[in-house]
Design a binder for this molecule. Structure first.
Ligand code: SAH
Ligand code: SF4
Length: 348
């Protein structure tokens, strides 16, 4: 942007104005960048500059208004999901508005309970497409006089299998001249790409790491994450320790709970023994049922699992249920959108 402004004979602060507008106001065309003089807008348009933008194909909001999901159509027609989850302030805390970003269209990892995994892999997304999701939801929030406080790379796709673009997006989102979010307000979630975890630890970024473990042993994990073969649970634990040592950031293990599969008290004890003394935090996620997936455990079973882990000295939380009625789990909106279009076309 600096070079462009120099080329156009403009002062450098114009670059800051354009960047601020692009990242905070999400203009859809150059005419909407109101901070810069009309003459400069006209010059940019005359020279053929445009703003690449995503089109909102669908927006759904949960009944409580705390979850908003956008289906965005990128240039070239790729459909992407992005979700905004809002958490009211708890005692002494601040309210949070978290965006869940997709890093790939589809995913090659094939986790059995995941709607995205069942779609297969389509393509990697560019950093700009990752940032567009955050900016798109920032615009929704601005209309309510609110702003984004956190970003989690937990939408469709495996961020560490699209490493370069994910890192580029993190740098844009945390650059003070661009989106300006704190590194500590970003979390990358991975199914366990160990080479990617080690690279991320070396980036000199202060982002949080979540590893989707889902099972305390390899036999059970392979049933849920069919591509897990090359990495054992032990390898993932070592990678988590290395990440913590290098960055000082606490690592979370995510554990999607599937009724009758990985939710028994015995499994909880085994998990507790594995994690005792590691300082790793566990986030239990009662699964959002998917058409081909598994069911959610009874609340009693989830609470019992949590109790057993806590008794073993493991720090553990149960994820607040969000957006089930709007298919907010990873890949579900795009799947229902697909089903809807099929239904519409077959009714024609
Ligand atoms: N590929 C990365 C990030 C995207 S998935 C990963 O697997 O970590 C983000 C999280 O959503 C993962 O922890 C995954 O297990 C969880 N998830 C996928 N499908 C789900 C479902 N149907 N219900 C609840 N959580 C789900
Ligand atoms: Fe891919 Fe994550 Fe879904 Fe597994 S859970 S299929 S890694 S998006």
């Amino acid at each position: 942007m600096d070079e462009l402004m120099v080329k156009l004979d403009q002062p450098r602060y114009r670059a800051d104005q354009v960047l601020h507008s692009l990242y905070h106001e999400a203009p859809t065309c150059i005419a909407e960048i109101r901070q810069i003089p009309a003459a400069l807008r006209a010059q940019l348009e005359a020279e053929g500059y445009t703003i690449g933008s995503a089109t909102e194909a669908r927006r759904v909001m949960s009944k409580d208004g705390l979850t908003t999901k956008l289906l965005l159509e990128m240039e070239g027609g790729t459909l992407l999901e992005t979700v905004l989850m809002q958490y009211p302030a708890t005692d002494g805390g601040h309210p949070r508005s978290t965006v869940c970003v997709s890093t790939q269209a589809g995913c090659a990892m094939g986790c059995v309970f995941c709607a995205t995994g069942q779609m297969g892999f389509e393509r990697n997304l560019k950093a700009e497409e990752l940032v567009a999701q955050v900016v798109g939801l920032a615009r929704v929030l601005r209309a309510r006089n609110e702003h984004i406080t956190n970003v989690v790379f937990m939408g469709m796709g495996e961020p560490l299998a699209n490493y370069k673009e994910t890192i580029r997006a993190i740098r844009l989102l945390t650059d003070a001249r661009a989106f300006g979010l704190g590194q500590r307000n970003i979390t990358v979630s991975t199914v366990g790409v160990i080479s990617g975890i080690d690279r991320l630890a070396d980036e000199d970024l202060q982002v949080g790491l979540a590893i989707s473990l889902h099972a305390p042993n390899d036999e059970l994990r392979r049933k849920l994450v069919p591509t897990a073969n090359e990495h054992s649970v032990g390898d993932l634990l070592s990678a988590a320790r290395r990440y913590f040592k290098k960055t000082g950031r606490r690592v979370t293990f995510e554990y999607a709970m599937l009724a009758g599969v990985n939710d028994s008290p015995e499994t909880a004890s085994e998990f507790g023994r594995l994690l005792r003394g590691t300082g790793i935090h566990v986030n239990l996620i009662p699964v959002n049922p998917t058409p081909r997936g598994h069911g959610r455990p009874a609340r009693r079973a989830t609470l019992e699992f949590e109790r057993v882990l806590r008794e073993a000295g493991v720090n553990c939380t149960i994820r607040v249920e969000k957006g089930t009625e709007i298919s907010a789990a990873c890949g579900q909106l795009r799947t229902t959108e697909g089903a809807r279009s099929v239904a519409v076309s077959s009714a024609d």
